[in-house]
Design a protein around this ligand. Structure first.
Ligand code: AP5
Ligand code: MG
Length: 214
């Protein structure tokens, strides 16, 4: 199953993608997570990406396209994947379509997790992410077992540097300008399905599973 998650920053793409990857035994590929791992490891790519991410801007397509094509060519992605945070621009979507066409394949489902802007800023200010493994939590909606500590690896939980309210507003604007047009792109390819992202995490998951099939 080849799946992409669409939706505004903070809509819950990562939360659902992780659960879907586990259910369908496919890799969860998040470009945001890949960039954050590169920033943590102080790679050249990480240094370049950080300056854009901290401003709430998209990393330029040329830094993203090769990275994703390379990741999708790895063995574990052959039978399927859930892409989270990619594509984010029309050129990225076109590039993905071309990459998959080369192996006679294509996206089966594009899931749009729909959350109005007014809910987003509140949600993001409560998100906490693990400094080590990137696992995400929420102060009220998805609490760790122990305050401020990651359930998975025991490291500290922090507010992501791009989750400050001002940066979130910028990311939302970038989303509406550059990423929302992808909804029509995938509608036109008959793969788009929208889910109401304001519901409970579990209910949204069930709704997506109903769309994808058991
Ligand atoms: P990325 O990491 O992809 O960030 P994003 O798209 O802005 O989305 P988020 O990860 O912030 O939100 P999410 O939808 O995953 O929500 P989550 O599940 O965490 O990208 C970061 C940056 O990297 C970009 O700004 C850009 O600079 C760069 N980048 C990445 N990919 C790129 C690309 N392809 N091209 C160019 N640049 C790129 O949920 C949010 C919070 O809400 C959590 O605390 C969660 O617990 C909680 N929550 C989730 N679901 C619910 C629910 N149903 N009810 C209540 N709370 C919920
Ligand atoms: Mg995410």
């Amino acid at each position: 199953m080849k799946l992409i998650m669409l939706g505004a920053p903070g809509a819950g793409k990562g939360t659902q993608a992780k659960r879907l990857a586990a259910k369908y035994s496919i890799p969860h590929i998040s470009t945001g997570d890949i960039f954050r791992a590169n920033i943590k490891n102080e790679t050249e790519l990480g240094k370049k990406a950080k300056s854009f991410m901290d401003q709430g801007l998209l990393v330029p397509d040329e830094l993203v396209l090769e990275l994703v094509a390379d990741r999708l060519s790895q063995e574990d992605a052959m039978k399927g994947f859930v892409l989270d945070g990619f594509p984010r621009t029309i050129p990225q979507a076109e590039s993905l379509t071309e990459t998959l066409e080369k192996i006679n394949s294509g996206i089966n489902f594009a899931i749009d997790v729909d959350v109005p802007d007014k809910n987003i800023v509140r949600r993001m200010s409560g998100r906490r992410a693990c400094v080590n493994c990137g696992e995400t939590y929420h102060l009220t909606n998805l609490k760790p077992k122990q305050d401020g500590i990651c359930d998975t690896c025991g490291s500290k939980l922090v507010l992501r540097s791009d989750d400050e309210p001002e940066t979130v507003l910028k990311r939302l604007k970038v989303y509406h300008d550059q990423t929302q047009p992808l909804i029509d792109y995938y509608k036109g390819r008959d793969t788009l399905h929208s889910v109401d992202g304001t519901k409970d995490i579990k209910d949204i998951f069930s709704e997506i599973v109903e769309i994808l099939g058991e």
